[in-house]
Design a protein around this ligand. Structure first.
Ligand code: GDD
Ligand code: MN
Length: 377
């Protein structure tokens, strides 16, 4: 029988833990294919959660208690994962909250997905059938929805709908490989760091809908301001999409800078100067993208590999020039070139057309082709 270890971090959950543990073990009787263990990682809760657990240890053979310092949710999980890896060595780990927000009846559904081949199963509140509590205050609803949107859009990974919820089942190999990365994130942001790392490792990610139930005992320990700022910082420093956009903007500066230099300093004719500067910007973008934006998928195959990809990169870039020229011609034809007043400034409409084409056509076009053709895994 394969083992599953449900890791439950607790801080002041004395009013919840007994009910949760009993419910999990009663449900685990119905999953005959799995040997289910429950591991409580308590951070010296002042409300004596650990004493409640110690009582339960007498009744439940598959219940375990780990004491951990109060260093945040991420640290508690990493501590639990590491110890359990060495003792129980389960096939799959669960992450679960202690406050009954996560319904134990969903556990068999997570295991079914694992049996079907998933490496990382997420309990999602944002797919059909899932939900957040209707009695949550407006600010908490906005916080949760926006937090997830920031991560989804920041990473441009729209297929994963819930990045923050802590109800998950993860195969042991994914946990093992991720430990070195996630140990750097002590707070709630570790949830995002973990999923991002698993995504990069090409773990098979699946979601099941869950109904998040508001806690009735105790209170939430989340520090929203800290969480949001750490979330933004993480996405900003780890998103290849954001790096790709920044690289594109820098390329624009390089193009203009060199064109200016060639024309004004070296007196090269304008068309030649612009061709040269554009190619310099292409070379610049190619290398910055390779060693920064898409560094997890750097080009392989030596000089020949680079040459081949460089030619392709030039083709994709020529494509974006064609799209820009064509798009601009089309929009000018359809709507004409007039002056558009935007409050304080007045702009020639072609500038607005160009910005729109770049934002809504060129960026998606290049990002998709870079990922599918140039920096594919
Ligand atoms: N050991 C330990 N140490 N446990 C902790 C700590 C800590 O420092 N901080 C929180 N916990 C435990 C809580 O006791 C609870 O079991 C679980 O972690 C979740 O904490 P809550 O305080 O209930 O957080 P929440 O309901 O606001 O957070 C949920 O939603 C977040 C955002 O969607 C969780 O699912 C989070 O994982 C999720 O990021
Ligand atoms: Mn909670």
């Amino acid at each position: 029988m394969k083992k599953a270890a449900i890791i439950i971090p607790t801080y002041n959950e004395a009013g919840n833990i007994k009910k949760l543990v009993e419910t999990i073990f009663s449900i685990s009787k119905s999953v005959s294919k799995w040997e289910i263990h429950v591991v409580i990682v308590d951070s010296d809760s002042p409300d004596k959660t650990a004493d409640e657990v110690t009582e339960l240890l007498k009744i439940h053979q598959n219940l375990h208690l780990i004491h951990s310092k109060k260093e945040g949710l991420g640290k508690a999980y990493v501590h639990g994962f590491t110890e359990v890896m060495n003792s129980l060595n389960p096939y799959v780990f669960f992450e679960m909250d202690a406050d009954l927000s996560h319904n134990p009846k969903d556990i068999p559904l997570f295991l079914e997905k694992i049996e079907k081949g998933a490496d990382f199963v997420i309990g999602s509140r944002y797919i059909k059938g899932g939900s957040i509590p209707s009695n949550w205050g407006l600010h908490r609803k906005i916080f949760s929805v926006c937090g997830n949107l920031i991560v989804r859009l920041g990473f441009m990974r729209l297929n994963v709908t819930d990045w923050t919820n802590g109800f998950r089942a993860i195969k042991s190999w994914v946990v093992k490989e991720s430990l070195d990365h996630i140990k750097n994130y002590s707070g709630y942001v570790f949830q995002i760091a973990f999923l991002d790392f698993a995504y990069n490792k090409k773990a098979i990610i699946r979601e099941i809908p869950i109904n998040f139930i508001d806690r009735t005992e105790g209170e939430s320990k989340i520090d929203s301001v800290q969480y949001i700022s750490q979330m933004l910082l993480y996405v900003f420093t780890h998103s290849s999409f954001i790096k790709f956009v920044i690289t594109g903007l820098l390329g624009f500066v390089v193009d203009f800078g060199f064109a200016f230099l060639f024309i004004n300093l070296f007196h090269i004719i304008k068309t030649t100067a612009n061709m040269l500067s554009a190619e310099i910007a292409i070379v610049f973008n190619f290398f910055i993208n390779n060693f920064w934006s898409f560094k997890e998928k750097k080009i392989v195959g030596g000089v020949f590999g680079y040459l081949k990809k460089f030619v392709m990169f030039n083709l994709v870039s020529s494509g974006s020039i064609l799209i820009q020229v064509g798009g601009l011609a089309l929009l000018l034809n359809l709507f004409g070139d007039k002056l558009i007043s935007l409050g304080v400034i007045t702009l020639s409409s072609w500038i607005i057309y160009k910005v729109l084409i770049i934002a809504f056509v060129i960026i998606p076009y290049s990002y998709v082709l870079y990922n599918k053709v140039i920096w594919k895994k």
